[in-house]
Design a protein around this ligand. Structure first.
Ligand code: NAD
Length: 489
């Protein structure tokens, strides 16, 4: 290799590293309030056929063959595959986010790019699979993480790309194959991500169909996957219906179900930070992310100041008369007090400005969130709205806030947030809520490694206890024992 060629290699590696390090900017930055009608980015290459299957038998059979092929390859190829998937998704983050935004009609394009990049960069890979060992008088024992085989993954409409990306990375890192069944309302964009991931795997020297999908997914095909003999493990990400179906299937299931994350803000909180973080978190992708803040309990003495800070960071407060009007728009029928209502799907994931226009308030797309003060038993508090409408309830003190937060969360044990400097309050809320994610003095997305420490996954399995899933969640734990020998000291 001459000097010019060496220089070219160095430049290429440097450019790849720069690309890899492009962590999504903090959502607290002024990029918020971006365009609601973005210009389409250059489209990603559309590919047809290949790893999209007409039926579950075809997909599961091909996945089983791909799983065996991966099994015969060295671990270094698996690592190469993971790196290549990350790169491919990063390169296509904009077109994929745009496709998701167009197809589902939910969320914000600019936030969807962040979600895709976050998962491509921070969903964990093979580094999670540390072998452990014991050595002693009895010999040497090693414990390793082994794959299940073929995983059936049912994905939601709210994170149609991110879920495919984080699940593919964690599942393949653990040595599995996966068959995706996308939400029917997001099948084009989800399946496009699946095709790009298949391309990346093949380009990295892995087997085709290691990651595949049902071309025309339905609830029926999801149920066929749940009952298929060649599917060894289920992973479902969605509402209560799909969680119940998976749990009844008779197969081991990792279930990522709904949430209704409450926030408690007490009198010791840094209100500037709390107000800014709550707006950023609750408005992230127009509140369709399961971890987004969905109701606030603010101690009465600081509630007004908190609302003022939130208004400075992109929230618009509405009054009681406007709330009545808004209720008629966003619920399909008037819900009872203290109960969740059924949301009007036409408005799920829409911009705050669109919702405000429905009730005659002119507001642009720079408005991130509608803020409204409500009674403690208001249906808005109990509904997983997935709209940028945040109810705020005034409470006497932190303890009352925590008690109400627990009721509002319905025992999902998903995500909760508290802004406080009071150690006893923080400790009590952490224990009482008993959630997969508890964020102290940050936005909910800090709990997903988006600002806070730690890795990311958009499959947060609270009902079955895996929490924020990673390759270990998709692994069988196996032990190998050599009796009496191989101790080296
Ligand atoms: P959804 O429940 O309508 O659909 C999710 C998936 O399940 C889709 O692919 C759908 O086709 C399938 N499905 C639904 N009912 C089924 C059944 N009975 N049998 C088989 N398959 C079935 O959810 P959605 O509207 O796409 O997503 C939003 C919901 O998902 C919210 O409740 C949100 O909190 C939750 N969610 C949770 C997580 C998490 O990590 N815990 C992540 C994203 C979304």
């Amino acid at each position: 290799m001459d000097e010019r060629q060496i220089q070219a290699v160095i430049e290429r590696v440097n450019s790849e590293l720069r690309h890899a390090e492009r962590t999504p900017p903090s959502p607290r930055s002024p990029r918020h309030g971006g365009p609601s009608k973005p210009t389409p980015p250059a489209a990603a290459a559309v590919r047809h056929g290949d790893n999209l299957f007409a039926d579950v038998d075809g997909a599961a059979g091909a996945a089983a063959r791909a799983f065996r092929a991966l099994h015969d390859l060295p671990l270094s190829v698996r690592e190469h595959i993971i790196a290549h998937i990350r790169r491919k998704i990063r390169e296509n983050a904009q077109p994929l986010a745009y496709e998701a935004w167009q197809e589902t009609g939910m969320g914000r394009y600019e936030d969807k790019i962040e979600k895709v990049l976050l998962n491509a960069n921070k969903a964990p890979g093979t580094e999670f699979l540390d072998t452990s060992a014991w050595s002693g008088d009895g010999g040497l024992t090693v414990v390793e993480f082994a794959p299940y085989g073929v995983i059936g993954s049912i994905t939601p409409s709210t994170n149609p790309i991110s879920t495919v990306v984080c699940n593919s990375l964690s599942m393949v890192a653990a040595g599995n194959a996966v068959v995706f069944n996308a939400h029917p309302g997001a099948k084009k964009c989800s399946n496009h991500a699946v095709q790009l991931i298949n391309d990346a795997i093949v380009e990295a020297g892995g087997p085709a169909n290691l990651v595949s999908a049902i071309a025309e997914p339905t609830i029926e095909t999801a149920q066929q996957i749940m009952g298929h003999r060649q599917v060894n493990l289920l992973t479902v990400t969605g509402g209560i219906g799909v969680v119940r179906a998976a749990m009844k299937s008779g197969k081991r299931a990792i279930c990522a179900g709904p949430g209704n994350p409450p926030v408690v803000v007490d009198e010791t909180a840094d209100l500037e930070q709390a107000g800014r973080d709550i707006v950023a978190g609750a408005s992230f992708d127009n509140n369709i992310v399961c971890t987004d803040e969905k109701e606030v309990f603010a101690v009465a003495s600081i509630a007004d100041e908190l609302k003022q800070v939130m208004a400075r960071h992109g929230a618009v407060e509405i009054g009681a008369a406007e709330l009545d009007q808004l209720r008629r728009v966003i619920f399909t029928k008037p819900p009872g007090a203290g109960k969740p209502g059924t949301m009007n799907t036409e408005f799920v994931g829409k911009n705050a400005g669109v919702l405000l226009q429905q009730i005659g308030v002119e507001a642009g797309d720079e408005i991130r969130l509608v803020l409204v003060e409500v009674d403690r038993d208001d249906p808005l508090v109990f509904s997983e709205q997935m709209m940028p409408v945040l109810p705020v309830v005034r409470v006497r003190d932190a303890d009352e806030g925590i008690d109400l937060a627990k009721a509002a969360e319905h025992g999902f044990r998903h995500t909760a947030v508290m802004h406080s400097k009071h150690l006893d309050h923080l400790s009590r809320m952490a224990r009482e809520m008993d959630c997969s994610i508890f964020v102290k003095n940050g936005a909910s997305f800090d709990g997903l490694g988006y600002g806070g420490e730690g890795f990311c996954s958009f499959t947060i399995a609270s009902p079955t206890g895996e929490g924020i899933t990673n390759p270990v969640s998709f692994s069988r734990i196996r032990r190998c024992v050599l009796k009496d020998s191989f101790r080296i000291v």
